[in-house]
Each structure stands twice: as structure tokens, then as C-alpha cells.
Design a protein. Structure first.
Ligand code: SF4
Length: 359
């Protein structure tokens, strides 16, 4: 009875429960074992029989109830972080992890992005969709698109080699002539003589040197890669005439393995005009495409690494042109730090002044 009174009383420490029994009063003894609890004190081995003849001296039994451990679930920020981390470890990898090289040193973004970059990119996409550019149909990534994978890779590599210092439509024409003459495989280039190749690729810039490099590349591909092209950035960069811009493009298009951004002269110029890149530790413009690539990769999300090249190349061919950017029709001229400030270089003005003098 007394225990019933104490049952719902919160007690902070082990407590003693006292049971009284009196003669002639029917009692119910509550013990830990009867309650389904382990007894804290052992039951007496020979308990004194209860007798109706017992004296009126009350028997006192003492039971100890242990305090039940609290089952409160304490959630701390550390626990939440640990759980989230565990879930991440167990969750399937992101799709982008398959496309982007896990060993790439550029896999972590380490710098906050410039203000409004997403708005600028969105506006450039809109401008690009309203006006076609040569890169859309004649860029290196389009080379040999109808060929089997191995031949396609060689076509992209050859096209990248020919593209430096050369306009897209000139490179495209040279690749088409090589293709029409069945000279767009490592075996065929190796068999062919250098003069034939030189004549076919003319008038790409530095066509004599490029014809020689194409022959050397074909030989290396045959001897080391069974007629295919190298599959790593490092090996591609060892090929004669192949620089970082071309190697990244070939990795992206040929092997679907994104190791870095392909930065050509258009991407380099436009990123500087927009104030997206700077030399390490300064606010000065970058001076080479390689510097631009390294600076851009510090903040540009990886899903933009491949599309940024054709997007900005086309924008550079049509709106943000090298000499006289069309800032008047550019929809980001309100936020571009270089808007209406890019003047033609001094080397391009004499012609104009000569014309004016004649007039
Ligand atoms: S405002 Fe002028 S300089 Fe700036 S991105 Fe547009 S075209 Fe280029």
C-alpha cells in the first residue's frame, strides 16, 4: 500500500521502501521480484511464516529500489555531424564523381566565387542561344564525331594540335581534307609523307611544324598506345606540340575524364574582362591561359568546367571580341567591370588614322 503511494513519486537517488505488516490486517507484500525487477537485496532464505498468531509488533521489511537509468536521447551538434558524415560515407557517389578525375588536384574549390557570376553566366547563355558561333559547328570537339571511338579520339587530338593560332573554320577545313584522304588515323599518318600532310592542312598557322608534329604523334601512338592516344593528362602533355589547353580538351572529349578547364585565348580574355580571375595573391589580371585556368578552378563549380569553354569561346567570337567588344549589345554591360573600357590596341589604330588623314 505504501509502495503504491510512493510509486509515482520521482526520487533522485536509490530509495528505501518500507513495508509494514500488521497482525490481522491482510497485507500484500511488494517486492522487487514480484514487480519483475531484480531484487536489490536478497530475499530471506527462510522467511518467517506469517501467522495469524503473530504479535502486534509490526514487521519492517526494507527493499532498495535502484534508480532507473534515464533514457533521455541527447542530440548534440557533434552527434548530428557524425551521423551526417556516416550517411555520406554510406550513400552512393555523386554522378559527377564518375566524370571528374578523383586524383585531380583541382577537385576542391578553395576560393569564394566572384559576385554575380551566376547571373553573368546565365546572361551569356541567353546571348549565345540567340546567335550562333563558329565553335558550335567547327570546334575541335566536333572533329570526327561520326567516327568510331578510337578514331574519334585521334581526330580530336589532331584537331587540337592544328587549332592553335588558327581560326575554327580553317582548322575544320584541314581536318575535313585529312578525313577525305583517309589520313585521320595514327597508322595512315605514319605511312603518309610529311609534304602530303603539310599540303592538306595548309593554311593552318605554322602548318609546316604542325605537319612534322602530327607525324611524330602518330608514331608515338603506334609504338606506345597501339594506335590509340594516351589516356592521361601527363602522357598527353609529353606529345610534341600539345599544351595544357589541348590536353584538357582531349581528356574531356576523348576520354570523358575531366581533369581541368580547357582555357584558350577567348576564355582567358573574357574571364579577365569580367574580373573572374587574378594572379595569385593580387588583384591583377592573369597573364597566361594557364594562370587563368588555375585561378578559375579555385572557385568555378566542377559541373561548369566542360561547358564553360564552348560557351565563352562562342561569346568571344560574337560579342566580347578581342579588339572591339560589342559592349553596347552585351546584356551584362551593367555589371561587367570592363564594359566600354576595352579600347583597340595601339597596333590596330594606325590603319584607321592613315585612312582619316587621306580623307
Ligand atoms: S560588357 Fe563588354 S567587355 Fe564586358 S563582357 Fe560584355 S562585351 Fe565583354
Amino acid at each position: 500500500m505504501f509502495f503504491a503511494l510512493f510509486r509515482n513519486t520521482p526520487v533522485a537517488s536509490p530509495r528505501f521502501i518500507v513495508s509494514f505488516s500488521f497482525n490481522k490486517i491482510p497485507t500484500t507484500r511488494f517486492s522487487a521480484s514480484k514487480l519483475g525487477m531484480p531484487p536489490s537485496l536478497p530475499e530471506p532464505e527462510n522467511p518467517a511464516p506469517e501467522s495469524s498468531n503473530a504479535t502486534s509488533v509490526p514487521k519492517v521489511r526494507v527493499y532498495v529500489r535502484k534508480k532507473r537509468p534515464k533514457k533521455t536521447l541527447e542530440i548534440t551538434p557533434t552527434a548530428v555531424e557524425a551521423e551526417t558524415r556516416d550517411q555520406k560515407l554510406c550513400s552512393p557517389p555523386e554522378i559527377e564523381d564518375f566524370a571528374f578525375g578523383k586524383d585531380s588536384s583541382y577537385s576542391r574549390l578553395t576560393q569564394p566565387p566572384p559576385a554575380n557570376w551566376e547571373k553573368v553566366l546565365q546572361e551569356i547563355r541567353k546571348m549565345r542561344s540567340s546567335e550562333g558561333a563558329p565553335v558550335d559547328s567547327m570546334g575541335c570537339e566536333k572533329a570526327g564525331s561520326s567516327l568510331p571511338p578510337k578514331e574519334r579520339r585521334f581526330a580530336v587530338l589532331a584537331s587540337s594540335l592544328l587549332s592553335s593560332q588558327t581560326k575554327d573554320h580553317v582548322t575544320h577545313g584541314a581536318i575535313q581534307r585529312l578525313l577525305q584522304n583517309d589520313l585521320l588515323t595514327a597508322e595512315a599518318i605514319d605511312r603518309s609523307d610529311e609534304v602530303t600532310i603539310k599540303n592538306l592542312i595548309y593554311p593552318v598557322g605554322f602548318y609546316t611544324r604542325k605537319a612534322g608534329n602530327l607525324k611524330k604523334i602518330a608514331k608515338i601512338c603506334l609504338l606506345k598506345y597501339d594506335g590509340d592516344i594516351p589516356s592521361t593528362l601527363e602522357e598527353l602533355l609529353l606529345l610534341p606540340g600539345i599544351g595544357p589547353k589541348m590536353a584538357h580538351l582531349v581528356m574531356n572529349v576523348g576520354w570523358n575524364n575531366v581533369q581541368g578547364i580547357c582555357v584558350d585565348t577567348h576564355v582567358h580574355r573574357i574571364c579577365n574582362r569580367l574580373g573572374w580571375v587574378s594572379r595569385t595573391g593580387t588583384k591583377q589580371r592573369t597573364s597566361t591561359p594557364e594562370e587563368t585556368r588555375e585561378s578559375l578552378q579555385l572557385w568555378l563549380p566542377k559541373e561548369e568546367w566542360v561547358p564553360i569553354n564552348p560557351l565563352l569561346v562562342g561569346f568571344g567570337q560574337t560579342v566580347c571580341t578581342p579588339l572591339r567588344p560589342r559592349c553596347g549589345v552585351c546584356t551584362v554591360n551593367g555589371i561587367c567591370p570592363s564594359a566600354f573600357k576595352e579600347t583597340p590596341s595601339p597596333s590596330s589604330t594606325p590603319k584607321k588614322s592613315r585612312i582619316n588623314k587621306r580623307l
